[in-house]
Design a protein around this ligand. Sequence first.
Ligand code: HEM
Length: 501
Amino acid sequence: MSRPAIHLSVIDADATHTALSIVGLAVAAFGLLVVYRRFFHPLAHFPGPFWASVSSLYGVWAFVSGGEHLIHRGLHEKYGPVVRFGPNELIVNDPYMLPLIYHRKADKTEVYAPNFGIETVFTWLRHQDHVAAKRRIAHAYSLLSIKNLEEYIDECLAQWISALSDISKDPSKPINFARWAEWFTYDVISYLSFGEPIGFIAARADVRDLIKNYSDASMLLEILALLPKVSWWMRKTWVGRKFLMAKAGDRKGVGVIMAERDRIFEKHTRDMEKGDGSKGILLTKFIAAKNADGTPMSTDDVKAEALLAMIAGSSTTSNALVRLIFNILQHPSCLSRLTAELDAITPTLTSPIPTFEEARTLPFLSACIRETFRYSPSTVQFPRVSDGLELNGKWVPAGTSVSASPWIMHRNKEMYGEDADTFRPDRWLEANAETTALWDKYDFRWGYGARKCLGRNIALMEIYKATILFFKHFRPELVEEIGFTSSGGPKSTTLYIHPRN
Ligand code: HEM
């Protein structure tokens, strides 16, 4: 009776021994990797925290902590302008290094590889592929093309102001400005991309939870981007593609937006066949675009670029608009100077909605916009692959990821002065031509070099116009004192809005 028990205990002992051996080997391998990364890796001579030098999880921890920019700042204060932030990664805080890192032939790192859909102008890693992808669509984003779309922005704006006016009739009813900003920018970008707004402003709601689905997915996508090996597995293996990659028709996440894109794309194609679909929108321009060999872009490429515009151009713009409005509200003197400037130009305007040309001539508004992008940018790190360069007197081997963030660059005190941590639009009005030229040269709000934001004219057009009309029509009142996050975003975005006249 006892034999089987003895037999089992022998098996148990064997299994325990094997398991211990495996664990022991794994610990030893990890130990060797740690020693190699810390002391023998080509980046070992760059300073930085221990855990960053031995594991990429340090970067993930910094990102999910929500205070990545503060962690970066603390590390630069401790270790200097170039810090080792991952086993194979450096971060920098000196704006003069931007042209060295973001030069014409700089490739992007795996962080950008597409975790849904296919390659686009934003996701191509090799600079040669990017040049080809950009050449075929850049004209669609040119200032001239965008000016032809201005009337669609005005249409959304008129609808936005009218809906807000309705709400303002009940002075006891506050609005969540962040939601309203999102509805405006998502309607604009769907209109410009696909020829019809999705209808957030009309519904005064997040239609089919599209915005929620995207924002729920984006945190996960950003974490995946920081773990290139995991994201590679998801993109390149059958299991990953089948079960984890977003696809049109998913009930949650980016797939919901992809399905919306497909629905509008098919409708647009039918309209074009009937001869009434053009409107000069991005989708039409992408359909007409040609590859280098003269062939048209494939339907998949067209759909991917249109989806990119939707995604790259929506919450980025609404975040910037929210930050601008709350920076102004936080500083009553800015608010009164701005409203005085708006009142002064109103009689000279040819139409109730100023043109982009007119809007850009407003000096104080322009200063507030520039200062918001400097002081409170909401974008993160933009890594590039080094092809071998010297930074701060040390050699950075080819293949290293080197990156910078607008928040860190734009708070640089040598470049912007001792008060760089203060929101002060006047710095843009006081600066002489030489200083302004320097700030323009090292401006990082749209990225740097060949891969600078293609949609910046669209974003600026929306932001200028929406801010003018908002303060022209309404006197916003804060529901509570504004608290700001360390990156410069308002903690609460609830406002009462009263009609101004
Ligand atoms: C305030 C709003 C916006 C901000 C702050 C912003 C910021 C940026 C930044 C920093 C990059 C470069 C990223 C990198 O180098 O890794 C970028 C690229 C890009 N953005 Fe924007 N963006 C905004 C609005 C838009 C809009 C409205 C669109 C389209 C309608 C758009 C389309 C793109 C595209 C297509 C790229 C890729 C460009 C390339 O690689 O050639 N963005 N954006």
